[in-house]
Design a protein around this ligand. Structure first.
Ligand SMILES: [Zn+2]
Length: 444
């Protein structure tokens, strides 16, 4: 009863805008009442109560899901993923990453039991808070995480920034996402300059996080097997990871993205002569001579679409070797249905370039790239790096016709710059298969 009185008081104190909102509610409810004339009178009374409750009992906001943004600028290489299989720094002989890919031994490319993400970066790189929160630790240790900061966030999450060179916040200080907290370094138990970024989910918001509560901001992407994190610390007692990356377009991690790399287990299949080069997203890309040989060499990025809709498809173009002016991509939007896109790769330097938006049905989809560009042999090179599928929402485009549509030419708006020539690191291969887990070649 007290609650109701309070609600009416608040109603009395509200301005015209809120009343207008109330009027809109009345209109909607009246329509329902008109559809059922026999109960119209009774409902007319109910409507008034409903309006007040609808408008005033709901102000308790549902908490927004917790998200993080990358705690640095640029695209440093992710040198070690979170190990979903017992992230306690002890060796159990198996590393499982967020895609479900696993390996019995990935040393030295990743760590068995790693409970965070490592990003290789030069000492002194500015670090930022990954989300709003309060600094609860600002420690200078010579071992372990070395100089490190822990920030406590909403929803009982904590973030840890390890092996720093200096700290520019103090315990008790509130920080906003993106506020500088210090600089990266190589302190503590660290084998090279890098940031160790850890995320913890605790049941007790005041406790200092420990590895028992470690989780993975990439979540768990594998649809066929359960997240082994559910068995940490005790069988069946853990919590499956959920994707925590904030989903703003400017962020290069996005919870709705499916990323297919050029190497690793969840990667493109390359057929014909391709050479690996040690630059690009996650530290490599493949190159081929652009030759006028019908589709002799091609790359194919396959993906299983589990939710139909409108997808933005992007290609990552590395800073080197991508010198073709007309890379030929085919975007498959169904069985043997594709649209061809010609992309001038030359102007781009380590950036995502849109191949367009496409309506994709549930099932297999893929992006295909030919090394046959029609340009003179040995003059230009085609680069194959990662392809990204980003779901924009429900499909709203007209269905493509079931034949090849006219070729679109994506013309870049930036001035072309010269690219360095190749430094191949591998001999040409025929169909590349069974690559090791490691997605991230070691950074010296
Ligand atoms: Zn680490």
């Amino acid at each position: 009863m007290g609650l109701k009185i309070n609600l009416y008081r608040r109603f009395a104190g509200l301005g015209a805008a809120a009343l207008l909102g109330g009027a809109q509610f009345i209109a909607a409810h009246t329509l329902i009442a008109v559809n059922d004339p026999s109960r119209q009178q009774a409902q007319a009374t109910t409507v008034q109560t409903t309006i007040l409750e609808a408008v005033f009992i709901t102000p308790t906001p549902t908490p927004m899901p917790f998200t993080v943004q990358v705690p640095f600028e640029g695209k440093p290489r992710l040198t070690s993923y979170f190990d979903h299989n017992t992230p306690n720094y002890r060796r159990n002989g198996q590393v499982v990453i967020y895609t479900g890919d696993s390996s019995f031994d990935c040393d030295p490319y990743c760590y068995d039991g790693h409970s965070g993400l490592d990003y290789g970066m030069v000492v002194g790189t500015p670090l930022f808070a990954a989300a709003n929160g309060t600094v609860i630790k600002a420690m200078q240790l010579s071992t372990g995480y070395g100089i490190h900061v822990v920030v406590k966030h909403d929803n009982n999450y904590h973030t840890l920034y390890g092996h720093m060179s200096e700290i520019s916040v103090r315990v008790g200080q509130t920080v906003k996402a993106g506020d500088i907290i210090g600089s990266s370094g190589n302190t503590g138990n660290s084998s090279g300059p890098h940031l160790h970024f850890g995320i913890y989910r605790t049941t007790n918001s005041s406790s200092v996080p420990n590895e028992t509560y470690a989780t993975d901001p990439f979540g768990w992407r594998n649809k066929t097997t359960p997240d082994p994190l559910i068995n940490f610390p005790t069988t069946g007692k853990g919590t499956a990871a959920t994707c925590l990356w904030r989903s703003d377009d400017k962020d290069f991690y996005h919870c709705n993205d499916v990323l297919i790399e050029d190497s690793g287990l969840q990667a493109a299949v390359l057929t014909g002569a391709w050479l690996q080069s040690p630059v690009g997203l996650d530290g490599s890309h493949y190159i081929s001579n652009a030759e006028n040989i019908e589709d002799a060499a091609h790359a194919d990025w396959a993906v299983v679409i589990t939710q139909s809709g409108l997808y933005q498809i992007d290609a990552f173009i590395p800073s080197r070797n991508a010198t073709t002016r007309q890379a030929k991509y085919r975007i498959y939007t169904g069985n043997n249905i594709w649209q061809e896109v010609l992309l001038d790769q030359l102007p781009y330097n380590d950036e995502w370039v849109s191949l367009g938006n496409y309506e994709l049905p549930v099932g297999n989809s893929h992006v295909w790239l030919s090394a046959n560009t029609g340009e003179p042999a040995n003059k230009t090179r085609v680069a194959a790096d990662a392809i990204r599928f980003r779901r924009l929402g429900a499909a709203s485009l007209p269905k493509p016709s079931p034949s090849i549509t006219p070729t679109a030419i994506i013309t870049p708006s930036v001035t072309p710059t010269a690219k360095a020539t190749i430094t191949p690191t591998a001999t040409p291969t025929i169909t590349r298969l069974n690559l090791p887990l490691l997605i991230n070649p070691v950074q010296p």
